[in-house]
Ligand binder design. Structure first.
Ligand code: SF4
Length: 324
């Protein structure tokens, strides 16, 4: 599925169903199977409510899957409890969309960065300045920030601190959950460049969750498109614009505005109501909105199938052999 070979993290048939307060069943993720490869970025894209953040929370062990397995380096981490669970958290870290909500506003930046290291007994309190300086340098901030508080910083600087804190435990995997979505475009660009640089230097495996398909293609080796809790397409990032095949992915791409775009071309909008995850269709989840829908689409959920090397799609359309 990728140009890299070494699988670091594997999701096998992962499903998450929540019980709502009315005792309805809400399927947030359905039968998700994915591989994260060493040193590569896997982008997960889809609109709000498609299940991408729930999926990442399960990887972070903040939510338990209802079914399926999440395997890190050969070990099923969904079964870990107590100290084993705590120790495993060192391997997979997360950078949130709004770092301020995950920072204690009364803590200095030095302490925010060093807190995980102190919790794991990896440094002494007297070493905080030296250690924090090193991580500030990694995220291209000066040591002037050591004794500042989060509210004395811009959004971009706070996000750099979020990255420094995630890096502190030297994790093999970092999940970025909409981590650049709230930033101005120019700041977003510099954070993306930083993430790419850190990945190159430290061989980090990245999960990059985003609702912006244009952004995902800039840094992701592999892109996973989700709709209503299902994977509908997996495609190498570099091929996305040219070879995306699923009707939903194509709609997402055609809705991207670009100054150089052909303004005479029709923009595909999603028509029809998006089904509720509580009352899911029996067949294809996109059937209600798909211009190419056929009779079979109402009755049968399409399985993910390989279209060409590293390119998978869940759709009943007869697409024949593709030459990519
Ligand atoms: Fe459209 Fe049918 Fe393909 Fe679903 S399976 S995306 S409804 S053609």
């Amino acid at each position: 599925m990728s140009k890299g070979n070494e699988v670091v993290l594997e999701l096998k048939n992962v499903t998450k169903i929540f019980k709502t307060h009315n005792n309805n069943m809400l399927t947030a993720c359905r039968d998700i199977s994915l591989n994260f490869y060493k040193g590569e970025t896997l982008g997960i894209v889809g609109e709000s409510g498609c299940g991408k953040s729930t999926l990442m929370k399960m990887i972070m062990q903040l939510e338990d899957p209802t079914d399926g397995e999440i395997i890190y380096r050969g070990q099923n981490i969904t079964k870990l409890k107590g100290e084993k669970l705590r120790l495993n958290r060192r391997n997979i870290q997360m950078v949130f969309q709004d770092p301020t909500t995950s920072f204690n506003p009364r803590m200095k930046i030095r302490d925010i960065i060093c807190e995980p290291l102190i919790n794991f007994g990896l440094i002494k309190r007297c070493e905080r300045d030296e250690v924090a300086k090193k991580y500030l340098d990694m995220v291209e901030l000066s040591e002037d920030f050591l004794h500042r508080y989060p509210h004395n910083m811009s959004g971009g600087q706070r996000q750099r601190i979020g990255i420094a804190r995630a890096l502190a435990l030297n994790p093999e995997v970092i999940i970025f959950d909409e981590s650049t979505s709230a930033l101005d475009v120019s700041i977003q660009k510099s954070i993306l460049e930083l993430i790419t640089k850190l990945q190159r230097e430290n061989d980090i495996t990245i999960g990059f969750v985003c609702h912006d398909i244009a952004l995902v293609t800039q840094i992701c080796h592999q892109v996973v498109v989700m709709y209503l809790g299902n994977i509908v397409e997996i495609i190498p990032g570099e091929k996305l614009y040219k070879y995306a095949t699923h009707p939903y992915t194509k709609t997402l791409i055609s809705s991207v505005f670009d100054l150089n775009m052909d303004f005479s071309k029709k923009i595909n909008c999603i028509s029809g109501d998006v089904p509720s995850p509580i009352d899911r269709p029996i067949g294809c989840p996109f059937e209600n909105c798909c211009e190419s829908a056929m009779e079979i689409c109402k009755k049968q959920i399409p399985k993910l199938r390989e279209l060409s090397k590293n390119h998978y799609i869940a759709c009943h359309l007869d697409l024949g052999e593709k030459n990519e």
